[in-house]
Design a protein around this ligand. Structure first.
Ligand code: HEM
Length: 329
């Protein structure tokens, strides 16, 4: 086949465009198997530690999945949620993160990795891999986790509670939720799919108490919530209760499945942010489709988790690989 000078130029351009597209697809320098050469056993080490942990403490699956979300939404997926501060000024001590648990598990995984490959695997990647492994441990989907994130050096108490750029609160309405996801490159489908993470785990009564006792400040209940469900929740959660936990997906809160979407459509979503998914045509249609026969939730969850895992990542020579996840080097 003869190439003219012109068609060769077009060919080179096509290759360049393809290379650029695949770079983008891999998420700004992240790729599946980033540690293939530098620490070939990395993912195996994570999954071995995690299966030991899940065998003795399965209730940590919820908090550890949630941890990746809280990490990625604040300063990108850079492990900033893990940093300690003697004066309690880091993200970890900010109100939305006070109910996170499992930081010691991330430390345990890191210790095992440091033994095998010192200074190689970032804490931000550990959080991402652990989120996948706990999903699998609760019978949820498997997805290939892109790795290559580096750890950030900054973590601020004020970031998670910033009204615009902070974590979406449990009382967020659909407009706020869509905005919060959109500003991080996640679309409406990602919003409904990732909210499906609430198929596992627990919530403090205080995160939805207003729906039971004081919805508009007049001692009323949330009219959008099933009144029988409200009556049941009131038995568990008394006013101003700061300690009691309720299952997000009662009946199957230990299993990653689509039953939470089923509850939401029956007006039994526990958080206002979940109930809000009925107030948008796209999220509502997804809920209905996912509880019918052709559910794509499991596949979609993996896709959206990969997208979430790309938010604001540090790669290449940015940031650092921490030696210990709770402090910068
Ligand atoms: C869409 C916006 C979201 C809001 C407003 C939200 C809010 C909350 C709140 C308030 C809790 C209960 C915390 C407590 O009181 O202890 C919770 C729990 C949880 N969230 Fe979300 N969340 C959102 C998205 C996500 C995403 C994207 C994921 C992961 C993919 C996720 C995973 C979880 C899990 C697994 C739990 C249970 C944690 C446990 O068992 O301790 N959430 N969420």
């Amino acid at each position: 086949m003869a190439f003219s000078k012109n068609s060769f130029g077009v060919f080179v351009l096509q290759i360049m465009v393809l290379a650029l597209l695949s770079l983008h697809a891999e998420g700004q320098g992240l790729k599946v198997g980033f540690y293939e050469k530098s620490c070939p056993q990395a993912e195996k080490i994570v999954s071995t530690v995690m299966s030991d942990v899940m065998a003795v403490a399965p209730s940590l699956s919820g908090p550890l999945l949630r941890m990746h979300f809280h990490d990625c939404f604040i300063r990108g997926c850079d492990g900033s949620v893990l940093l300690d501060s003697p004066t309690r000024q880091s993200e970890k001590f900010s109100p939305p993160n006070l109910s996170l648990r499992g930081f010691n598990i991330i430390d345990k995984v890191k210790l095992a990795l440091e033994k095998a490959c010192p200074g190689v695997v970032s804490c931000a990647d550990i959080v991402a891999l652990v989120a996948r492994d706990v999903t699998v441990a609760t019978k949820g989907p498997y997805w290939e986790v892109e790795t290559g994130r580096r750890d950030g050096k900054v973590s601020l108490f004020a970031d998670p509670i910033n009204r615009v750029t902070g974590l979406p609160p449990p009382f967020a309405n659909i407009t706020l939720l869509k905005q919060s996801f959109a500003m991080r490159g996640l679309n409406t489908k990602d919003l409904v799919v990732l909210s499906g993470g609430h198929t596992i785990g627990m919530s403090h009564c205080s995160s939805f108490e207003n729906r039971l006792y004081n919805f508009t400040g007049k001692g009323d209940t949330d009219p959008s919530m099933d009144q029988n469900y409200i009556a049941r929740l009131k038995l568990k959660c008394k006013p101003r209760d700061q300690t009691t936990l309720a299952e997000l997906d009662p009946g199957s809160f230990k299993t990653f499945d689509d039953s939470y979407f089923r509850l939401v459509t029956k007006r039994r979503g526990l958080l206002e942010s979940d109930a809000a998914l009925l107030n948008d045509p796209e999220t509502r249609a997804y809920l209905i489709q996912s509880i019918s026969h052709g559910s794509t939730f499991f596949k979609d969850f993996g896709v959206s988790m990969v997208k979430m895992g790309r938010i604001g990542v540090l790669t290449g020579s940015q940031g650092e690989v921490r030696k210990v996840c709770t402090k910068t080097n």
